[in-house]
Design a protein around this ligand. Structure first.
Ligand SMILES: [Zn+2]
Length: 1049
């Protein structure tokens, strides 16, 4: 095999081989220097600059002006269209010919009015292949040997326009003025530089020497094997001697010498593993953030560029398989690139372009409500089914900042039993102990879960990644199969030919894992078949990083919560209207459109607030669209409910009777208040109800204010804090001794890198109470139904807090309507309630349930959760007493010892330099209670705070009526909507909220003909009719179980 002995000097042999393929050193004589052969300039390049992202048709009709390579253009986010004319020289017949295009923007090549390939320097795609092997029939210029004249115009052929036209190719290149990762000023995540200039650095025709590329790949893989296997393994030395001998044999200037070197490499790669070797399931992938460091509109083009390139690779590589998530992105490509979409459909049919994940977007795993998560799957799975006849068997969420404990049940309910992610490898404190395991959710549902041990969703097919895949696998001996997802990601890009070539070489090479092109179904069926020894992880998958994303971009969080609430109410009101009035038209299309906007904004860099300002603007505009259009839908539905009467009435969308003070009209001036009693999911006229005990506010000698409503009594200090919060019937003080409730606190908030994302543990050391009073608490309103006091605090010379503390008659909690003018930099505002409760655990609401997290810092797993997420409420209870902290749009909490803290506002500067600057309005509430939080109706109180009773008009003689009710408070009727596939039928969704096994009866005043259990995709189970009696439908629940029913009227 080797023809000369080698000295025992590993280093020189290795470096010699390295230099042989270096793109920096010795390119005059090494192999790399021979990659390209002859080159020639393009015949012409003309350009046209557009501030907008326009269609090809629009662009091709513009006036183009000559462009010189190297000239700069811009600014950021504009688009430069190039019209390129080229002639391939006759002498290149038989050669592989590329258009070599190097620019600092992302580009798309258009040919014959169709997108044909993406180009991106960062994504290692700088060549568009014009011909694999130039043939006579392909357009190129045959240069006449003698001075031939054209028979039509009599000019010299080389100067004849007709001749040039027919022998040339015209391409269009659409170049976005942004890179794969946007246009960050100075660093990737810095806010984009709006004035960046771009240029084309290289535009030429070249002969590409494929045989040199093949040799380079052989060399690179062998050199990497030497490096990665190290000196401890003899296989590494075998690679070293092989690659050294290849240098001996290979003369870069003589391609005929390549075959001997190549066959040496081939021999090495063909030395096979034993049967026990680990199997790497390679799948092409291209993680495209639906918006992040670029706006949604650019993502549409990223999808086009990335996926058309995938199609080109599929044409050349019959084994190549590509996995692709997010129905929204397919929808975009369908409407923007219909030709490409049909090519994709073709490869989906072949099982090679594989839609995965089953969701509308790869959403955040923490913040969306339970119903939102259901809709992610409903919209996603239905889209994939309709467009491709595909049902996704796996949930695919590689890049999200934590995973709710309810996801396993939601997955199973959506026909999914497998889950792939890897983000927990980013944990800052603890190493997650498994790569392949069963994940058991809140209700006991289990899904088979895989974290690719290579800890990446954008591998490059390199030896290093394959070695890591085996080495890092924490389930050695239990799971012998792993995923290797390869392709540029985050900003799109996807796989390259080189990645495929690398993986192709080492399909079964002794010393490396076996590599097979695979699919999620193949991987998971292997893992399932061999799952006897797998461990189980119970409860949430908490990411110990990015905990600032529960708070950053408060207006996006608020938009999400308010729009979730609005869509909930529209669906219920519309369903009721449909049942009462058969002429009512349920707004199917409009609701789908609004849901899809909401779901889009739940993307894992939008709702977390980790996006640039342009994305924030888009997101807030979408919320405004939902609010405006939603208000009209709600108005129509409520009009139908009130039979178009003209007296004041109230609509209650929640499944329990409510007895509350409501404000009949919004706006300035004295509030128009009424105390109303409205039955469960129903309507009531506004009557003249008097409270059992009126609200009173009394000024005290020491300057404090005493507020009382018969349930609570509180003392407001001169700085707006609460000196006391007393639960009257229980004779219990809720505020801790010598402490104050409602204490605003500021922290320095400077993370290590990920500004919008991270709040670090050390910020807790910088706590400073906000103490400067601008205006002390003073009475604003007091009429027996409501009492309120207002005060203003100064945070700094740029920021203030104005708060109205509101006590309503009959209300078990005090509301804090808060307005903050916020102009801070790297600060974190929170509010604290030190309470007289001792418990090792606090409880937090999550999707369709709640869970507990420790209030102590015993272990690293405990203290790593110094900042956690929750939804509408958190509670700290000891036996028979507790305090709940409610909110209407916040998600960040911490409960340490007996101090309950709600996170309010942050001020990161990257990637949005203006993040959270401006005025914010939000409400939180404090609710002391006896008994458990379940028995004290904390869950209901938090719903009440978030779902205001809606004023409607109804006839003066309306009797209060209820459409639906539940026999037990443990079960919450969350959703009522028209069934997707059955007009006039309803789907209702209920869940057990206490964590108890319970039997509940769902009552309705509508005549139900049939009722079926169905899954979250609304597919009825023919074996499970729900039993209807005169008393209603009786249902059994286990703790936190979600039940969906299809009701036919
Ligand atoms: Zn991502």
């Amino acid at each position: 095999m080797y023809h000369l002995p080698v000295l025992k000097n590993r280093r020189t042999l290795l470096e010699r081989a390295d230099k042989f393929i270096s793109d920096i050193y010795f390119t005059d004589c090494n192999l790399r220097g021979r990659l390209y052969g002859d080159s020639c300039p393009l015949q012409s390049i003309d350009s046209f600059l557009s501030s907008k992202r326009i269609t090809f048709t629009e662009a091709s009709n513009q006036t183009f002006a000559p462009y010189k390579v190297g000239d700069s253009f811009g600014p950021t986010w504009w688009t430069c269209w190039f019209k390129v004319t080229l002639n391939i020289p006759e002498s290149w017949r038989g050669k592989e010919v590329h258009l070599r295009w190097e620019s600092d923007g992302e580009a798309m090549v258009w040919r014959d009015e169709q997108p044909v390939q993406g180009l991106s320097k960062e994504g290692e795609k700088t060549s568009y292949i014009l011909s694999d092997c130039l043939k006579d029939e392909e357009p190129h210029r045959s240069v006449p040997k003698t001075q031939v004249h054209c028979c039509f115009c009599n000019q010299l052929l080389t100067e004849c326009l007709y001749f040039l036209l027919f022998s040339s190719v015209t391409l269009y290149i659409e170049m976005a003025c942004n890179g794969l990762f946007g246009a960050g000023q100075g660093s990737m995540i810095a806010a984009p530089d709006p004035n960046r200039k771009f240029s084309v650095q290289k535009a030429e025709l070249v002969v590409f020497n494929r045989d040199v590329q093949e040799m380079l790949t052989d060399f690179e893989m062998l050199i990497d094997i030497v490096k990665e296997l190290g000196e401890g393994e003899q296989r590494g030395f075998q690679a070293l001697f092989t690659v050294n001998e290849m240098v001996n044999l290979c003369d870069p200037s003589d391609p005929s010498s390549f075959s001997r070197a190549h066959s040496l490499a081939h021999t090495f790669f063909s030395q096979r593993n034993g049967d026990s070797q680990h199997v790497a399931h390679a799948m092409g992938h291209c993680h495209i953030d639906s918006a992040w460091l670029w706006p949604y509109e650019e993502t549409i083009r990223k999808c086009g560029r990335s996926w058309v390139t995938v199609i080109r690779l599929m044409e050349k590589n019959p084994e190549f398989v590509f996995t692709c998530s997010q129905a929204q992105q397919f929808q975009w490509v369908k409407s923007w690139y219909p030709g490409l979409f049909s090519e994709i459909q073709h490869y989906v049919k072949k099982g090679r372009f594989i839609p995965v994940g089953g969701t509308w977007v790869e959403m955040d795993g923490n913040l969306p409500s339970g119903e939102s998560m259901v809709r992610q799957f409903l919209e996603g799975q239905r889209f994939f089914d309709r467009e491709f006849g595909i049902h996704c068997n796996e949930f695919w969420l590689p890049d999200t900042f934590g995973y709710s404990a309810q996801l396993p049940q939601i997955m199973q309910g959506s026909g999914i039993s497998n889950f792939l992610t890897q983000k927990l490898s980013w944990n800052l404190v603890n190493t997650f102990p498994h790569n392949t395991f069963f994940w058991e959710g809140l209700d006991g549902s289990k899904v088979l879960t895989h974290f690719p041990p290579g800890n990446s969703y954008e591998m490059k097919g390199k030896v290093e990644e394959l070695v890591k895949t085996v080495k890092n696998n924490k389930d050695k001996g239990r799971a012998n199969h792993s995923a290797v997802l390869f392709g540029f990601g985050d900003g799109g890009g996807g796989p390259t030919q080189l990645m495929l070539d690398r993986l192709q070489r080492v399909q079964d090479t002794d010393g490396l894992p076996k590599v097979q092109m695979s699919s999620p179904d193949k991987l998971f069926s292997q893992l399932q078949a061999d799952s006897a020894l797998l461990c189980t992880w119970t409860g949430e998958l908490f990411l110990e990083l990015h905990n600032g994303t529960y708070t950053t971009q408060a207006k996006i969080k608020q938009g999400n919560r308010q729009c979730e609430t609005l869509l909930h109410d529209i669906e219920i009101a519309s369903s009721l209207a449909l049942c009462r009035d058969k002429t009512f038209i349920y707004p199917v299309e409009k609701l789908q459109e609004l849901w899809r906007l909401l779901l889009l904004n739940q993307f894992h860099d939008v709702i977390p607030g980790s996006c640039i300002e342009m994305v924030v603007d888009d997101a807030l505009r979408y919320y405004e669209d939902i609010r405006t259009d939603g208000a009209a839908l709600l108005h129509d539905a409520c009009g139908a409910l009130g039979s178009k009467g003209n007296s004041p009435g109230v609509f209650n969308s929640l499944p329990w009777e409510r007895h509350e003070v409501i404000q009949m009209h919004e706006g300035p001036g004295t509030p128009d208040l009424a105390l109303v009693r409205v039955p469960s999911i129903g309507v009531s006229p506004v009557g003249d109800t008097k409270p059992v005990a009126p609200v009173t506010i009394t000024g005290q000698a020491d300057g404090t204010l005493l507020m009382e409503n018969g349930i609570l009594r509180t003392v407001v200090n001169k700085d707006g804090t609460l000196a006391s919060l007393y639960l009257i019937n229980a004779n219990r003080e809720a505020i801790s001794d010598s402490c104050h409730g409602n204490q605003f606190v500021m922290f320095d908030d400077v993370p290590l890198y990920w500004d919008a994302w991270d709040v670090m543990d050390y910020h807790l050391q910088t706590r400073k109470p906000v103490v400067e009073v601008v205006q002390p608490p003073h009475l604003v309103y007091s009429d027996g139904l409501r009492g309120s006091v207002r005060f203003t605090l100064r945070i700094s010379d740029k920021s203030t807090i104005t708060q109205e503390i509101i006590m309503d008659a009959m209300c078990p909690y005090i509301k804090f309507n808060t307005k903050v003018t916020w102009a801070e930099s790297h600060k974190f505002l929170k509010v604290e309630f030190p309470v007289r409760v001792r418990s090792p655990n606090a409880t937090y609401e999550i999707q369709f349930g709640h869970l507990q997290r420790p209030t102590h810092r015993n272990t690293s797993w405990d203290w790593a959760r110094f900042e956690v997420w929750g939804h509408k409420w958190a509670d700290l209870s000891e036996h028979n007493f507790g305090v709940a902290l409610l909110n209407d749009c916040k998600y960040g909490y911490s409960v340490h010892k007996n101090t309950m803290t709600l996170s309010l506002l942050r001020a990161p500067k990257a990637p949005d330099v203006n993040a959270d600057m401006g005025t914010h309005q939000f409400t939180y509430a404090i609710m002391p209670h006896t008994g458990s939080f379940q028995d004290a109706s904390v869950i209901q109180a938090a719903y009440n705070l978030n779902f205001p009773l809606r004023p409607i008009r109804c006839p003066a003689d309306t009797e209060p009526w209820s459409a639906f009710s539940i026999s037990t408070a443990a079960v919450i009727l969350e959703t009522i909507k028209q069934a997707e596939d059955r007009k006039g039928a309803l789907v209702v969704r209920l869940y057990e909220s206490h964590g108890s096994s319970v039997t509940a009866t769902l009552r309705t005043t509508f005549p139900i003909r049939e009722a079926w259990h169905c899954d979250l995709l609304e597919k009825p189970d023919p074996t499970r009719p729900a039993h209807i009696t005169s008393g209603g439908i009786t249902l059994d629940f286990s703790p936190f179980q979600i039940v969906s029913l299809l009701l036919v009227f």
